[in-house]
Ligand binder design. Structure first.
Ligand SMILES: *Cc1c(COP(=O)(O)O)cnc(C)c1O
Length: 400
């Protein structure tokens, strides 16, 4: 078929041309004398995207899941009590990992379509006078349900209880797309990956760590029993401090990362967040005009990087996704686990603009109608394009 396949899954996301070209390079020597002059800038600039002042960012040749594991094994011991919540496939998988790594997980299950239950966290923390809870985990943006949680409020709950637990945040589908402030919010371990807001192919796991978490990891009276090797902070720090890595880094992806960081920082993080908010709002207007609802149960949970749309009663959402792919060359996200067959997802993160989103909405609308949804042709797309036309553009719109 002619034309591009349209990619609107919430990861991997579209890769800017300039990033792709930067990765089309002859292989290079990762032990060359001038390699540190390249990597030092990367370490500095990626910390800016996490808004991490004073800590450091580890870049692993892994997916985001590897960074999850690194965060746990470098700071916690098997048997440590941790507080987690589960409300979608990604928060569910992190709980599963924590249990498999031997942590004593206090997991709070809440409705899929809501997010981190801050009030319940506050109660648990206030009741934990002996400070048995060693860490509190949050999935900032639950990609399966299109739900964003309030991390600043979790920090406030920790502070109110004067609780010393470490704060772990999964920011795989939020960092670089939705407001995230590691230092201001006192996030100790923030996880992300290359293939979502960072606009790169999959293959890099990022772990942005506070000084408190680094001290914790070093203190063998507090942390000595977890096995760690490939994901060890100690090995990474020793090599990164000289500008190198303890094993072969993903050299091409790092060249791509250089360009994607430049794109994010040149546009300005606040402009990037605003762009995501506008693009998301257009999608929400379309969903509303179709007479459909989001999986997110209240507007306060709405995600600016992915919308999970509830299929009309009696229509299998997987059929909508399949039709969009086969008939209109457009990839939408399927429903995962508990919401399989019930939601389809539209990713609106990374290297996307208004007209691209109108394309995604057109395919979704046609597929919905093909599957029997009683919606008026052009209704959703019309609502979105009118919103995009009249709403403010960010001051700088730079071509990649
Ligand atoms: C994609 C995603 C992950 C998993 O990351 P991988 O890179 O696939 O290992 C984890 N958490 C969230 C919120 C995600 O969106």
């Amino acid at each position: 078929m002619a034309g591009y396949n349209q990619l609107f899954v919430p990861g991997p996301t579209n890769v800017p041309e300039s990033v792709r070209q930067a990765m089309n390079m002859p292989m290079e020597d990762m032990r060359a004398p001038d390699y540190p002059s390249f990597t030092r800038g990367l370490f500095q600039d990626i910390a800016k995207v996490f808004r991490n002042d004073g800590g450091r960012v580890f870049i692993f040749p892994s997916s985001g899941t590897g960074a999850w594991e690194s965060a746990i094994t470098n700071t916690l011991n098997p048997g440590d009590r941790v507080l987690m919540s589960r409300f979608g496939q990604f928060s569910l998988l992190w709980v599963d990992m924590a249990e498999r790594m031997g942590l004593d997980v206090d997991v709070i299950d809440v409705d899929w379509g809501t997010g981190v239950p801050v009030e319940l966290y506050a109660e648990r923390l206030a009741a934990d006078k002996e400070h048995r809870i060693k860490a509190v985990f949050c999935t900032h943006n639950e990609t399966a349900t299109g739900v964003t949680s309030d991390i600043a409020a979790v920090r406030a709950a920790l502070n109110a209880a004067k609780h010393p637990a470490l704060l772990f945040v999964d920011g795989v589908s939020s960092v670089g797309s939705i407001d995230f402030r590691q230092t201001e919010w006192g996030v100790d371990l923030a996880v992300s990956g290359s293939q979502k807001g960072f606009m790169l192919p999959p293959g890099l796991g990022f772990l942005s760590v506070s000084q408190k978490a680094l001290d914790f990891a070093k203190d063998s009276t507090r942390n000595s029993r977890s096995n760690r090797c490939y994901f060890s902070f100690e090995d990474m720090i020793r090599a990164n401090d000289t500008g190198y890595f303890p094993y072969t880094p993903a050299v091409q992806l790092l060249r791509g990362l250089r360009v994607s960081l430049d794109l994010l920082l040149e546009e300005g993080l606040d402009n990037v967040f605003q762009r995501h908010n506008r693009l998301a709002e257009g999608v929400r207007r379309a969903v509303d005009a179709w007479g459909l609802r989001l999986c997110a149960k209240e507007a306060k949970w709405n995600s600016d990087t992915v919308s999970a749309v509830l299929a009309p009663e009696g229509i299998d959402s997987a059929q909508i996704v399949k039709t969009a792919y086969e008939k209109y060359q457009t990839s939408l996200g399927v429903g995962l686990n508990k919401v399989a067959g019930r939601v389809f997802r539209i990713g609106h993160l990374g290297w996307v603009n208004e007209v691209m989103m109108c394309g995604a909405l057109s395919a979704a609308e046609m597929a919905l109608r093909d599957c029997g949804a009683k919606i008026t042709a052009g209704s959703g797309v019309g609502a979105a394009l009118e919103y995009y036309r009249v709403s403010q553009q960010p001051a700088v719109a730079k071509a990649a």
